[in-house]
Design a binder for this molecule. Structure first.
Ligand SMILES: *Cc1c(COP(=O)(O)O)cnc(C)c1O
Length: 399
């Protein structure tokens, strides 16, 4: 009989290279592998399960809605779309929302809105609209989102991609000023870069971007697909900067780890550039997605997961910053979104941590990203800190 690994590898397309570790159960901040070994989950499906694995209230909402109606085309109204829209709009302080399914679709949608707004409102000539993105970004894998990537190895062989995308280093305000011109329709950034290595922007950078956007009539698009909804100890990571973007993009934990749903939020003057027939999605805003997402947002609020993320994140950060190891280059983070940058490849250390029951993954080769479900408790946080300390300090002797 084939092992599950062999079976999966035989039929899987080759675009992933997973660790030989198969999970079969999750509850709260924990997951179990097929052998029954338990781990504290510091990946959380890449910040999809902020509310914890298999949250009973979210499952309940899913089951209840499954027995009512799951799919209504957007040619009709459904009874809970408005409820979800009101909730998410009030949360983000925006007039309007457009529901899609995945993160990359939210980004695609924002690119379309930015271009349409550029031509209809700003008066940019057709085909001349420009967007400025950050180096080190991650906005998704479909062709539009991919065009925003500054990473050549993601793009090689997939051209032609979108034209008129320019890049600056995350934080380089002077370069940004030089790139801005009358054809600039939007600037897109993650307020903290996730895949890029938990990169926190320099002080005042985000405020200056906001200022430049106001000055030059440019849309500020904040991709909070990974860092939004409590991950960084605020509902939106933009709150750390005291800045409101023109467009918010949400995804990942918006569906509570149960169902994919993403959202594009903006005020009326921007969102209204879309008119019937100019955009859409078959599954976007379906009743099942809305029911799950309403529950997912309620859980974040009712269980004070934002404050919890802020407090426990700070506790963990403090402990990690005390670790004395020559291979640690930097420890940074906000809320339960922490990056430990090493002077060497991080994967061997992640494997050791996994061995000791803390599931984690490196990003950008040398950064260990710690992003557990926000329902994690203090005891588990201390366990994570102990394991990281053990693994990284043990190495001290070897050096
Ligand atoms: C994950 C992610 C995306 C893409 O989301 P998908 O659901 O995988 O398409 C886009 N932007 C950011 C910041 C992300 O972390």
């Amino acid at each position: 009989m084939n092992t599950l690994f062999e079976l999966t590898d035989q039929y899987s397309s080759n675009n992933y290279s997973p660790l030989k570790l198969a999970l079969k159960k999750g509850k709260g901040a924990h997951v179990w592998d097929v052998e029954g070994k338990r781990y504290i989950d510091c990946i959380a499906g890449f910040s999809v399960v902020n509310q914890g694995h298999c949250h009973p209230k979210i499952i309940e909402a899913f089951q209840a809605q499954s027995e009512q109606i799951t799919m209504v085309s957007r040619a009709l109204y459904s009874d809970n779309l408005g409820q979800w829209e009101e909730k998410i709009c009030k949360l983000a302080n925006k007039d309007k929302v457009l529901p899609m399914n995945t993160g990359t679709e939210a980004v695609e949608t924002a690119i379309k809105i930015a271009r349409k707004w550029g031509s209809d409102v700003k008066g940019i000539k057709e085909n001349e609209s420009e967007i400025i993105a950050m180096k080190g970004n991650f906005h998704g894998r479909t062709l539009g989102s991919l065009s925003l990537s500054a990473q050549d190895n993601y793009k090689e062989g997939f051209g032609p991609l979108l034209d008129n995308i320019n890049y600056i280093e995350f934080g380089d305000i002077e370069h940004l000023k030089r790139l801005i011109n009358d054809n600039t329709s939007a600037i897109i950034l993650e307020p903290i870069q996730g895949e890029g290595g938990v990169n926190i922007p320099p002080d005042y950078f985000i405020q200056e971007v906001r200022h430049l956007c106001n000055q030059h009539n440019i849309l500020f698009i904040a991709d909070e697909i990974q860092v939004g909804l409590g991950r960084t100890g605020k509902m939106f990571a933009m709150e750390w900067e005291g800045v409101e973007p023109d467009i918010y993009l949400l995804g990942k934990s918006l569906g509570g780890g149960l169902y994919p749903i993403s959202a594009i939020l903006a005020n009326e003057t921007i969102m209204n550039v879309l008119t019937p027939g100019t955009h859409g999605s078959t599954f976007g805003g379906n009743p099942l997605a809305c029911a799950v997402s309403i529950a997912a947002i309620d859980v974040l609020l009712d269980e004070n997961l934002i404050e919890h993320s802020a407090e426990l994140g700070q506790t963990l950060l403090n402990q990690l910053q005390l670790i004395d190891s020559p291979i640690i280059d930097d420890v940074r983070g906000r809320g339960l979104f922490i990056g430990i940058e090493l002077t060497e490849q991080a994967q061997p250390y992640c494997l050791e941590m996994i061995e000791k029951g803390v599931l984690c993954k490196e990003t950008q080769g040398n950064v260990i990203r710690i992003a557990p479900p926000l329902v994690i408790n203090e005891n588990e946080i201390n366990q994570i800190a102990d394991v990281i300390k053990e693994v990284l300090e043990k190495n001290k002797k070897a050096h």
